[in-house]
Design a protein around this ligand. Structure first.
Ligand code: DX5
Ligand code: ZN
Length: 219
């Protein structure tokens, strides 16, 4: 499976976004990961559909909205209208996860489910066939710049086996603490869609860094 790199702009200077997004385009990132936090599901707040609409105007990147919010279904239409291509909800935030996933799909978007580090993969047992993306959180959600939880490598491996067994083509996305030191290990474990936030934004030359991440992932 080809490796996709999704820079997270969570730790960016938002006044400098056009410049940053230009660099990410030059570095041939695959899509943009947008972290939406509501101050309830996670103890932090970020931004909502109006900002996504502004980002939509300045780039052709597919926009991947990672909703770390309660009642995510309240917002699907707004994110779709703002130009998101995919929506990922947290299993822990959805009492009726199956229904929520069908609602994302009815909205015409790609559907993803994210799992916090302590959430077992079994919540996906009766859902995998409906998903375009499964996101294994490799930190507890809430902030950029946290340390990768190495125990998640095992979870990534198990999920890759589940996807193969079920014949699913869903992306296996990892998010949190991905950096030059662990990128090879997460890919070897089975991830094919890498969210990279602060480690990439810290780079002096993000264009070259994107290229190097891709090489490291293939090595
Ligand atoms: C964490 C977010 C991540 C975060 C990743 O709650 O979901 O997308 O921005 O940033 P880094 O790569 O800095 O952990
Ligand atoms: Zn995220």
């Amino acid at each position: 499976m080809p490796i996709k790199i999704a820079p997270s702009i969570l730790s960016a200077d938002f006044c400098d976004l056009p410049n940053l997004i230009g660099l990410l385009e030059k570095g041939k990132a695959d899509d943009l990961h947008l972290d939406i936090m509501d101050g309830h599901f996670v103890p932090n707040i970020t931004f909502g559909p109006p900002v996504v609409r502004s980002i939509r105007k300045i780039t052709k990147f597919p926009l991947d909205a990672h909703l770390m919010v309660e009642n995510p279904e309240f917002f699907f239409d707004d994110f779709a209208a703002a130009g998101a291509r995919s929506i990922t909800v947290h299993a822990e935030a959805c009492r009726h996860l199956h229904r929520v996933v069908q609602t994302i799909k009815k909205t015409g978007l790609r559907a993803g489910v994210a799992l916090n580090p302590a959430t077992p993969l079994q919540v996906l047992d009766f859902l995998l066939a409906d998903l375009d993306l499964v996101l294994v959180m490799t930190v507890n959600p809430g902030w950029g710049g946290q340390e990768f939880i190495s125990g998640m490598l095992h979870k990534i491996r198990e999920l890759r086996e589940m996807l193969i067994r079920s014949g699913s083509q869903a992306d296996l996305q990892v998010d949190g603490g991905i950096n030059r030191d662990n990128v090879k290990a997460v890919v070897e474990a089975g991830a094919n869609h890498l969210v990279i936030g602060s480690a990439l934004l810290r780079e002096e030359n993000p264009v070259a860094a994107l290229h190097e991440y891709r090489l490291a992932a293939k090595a």
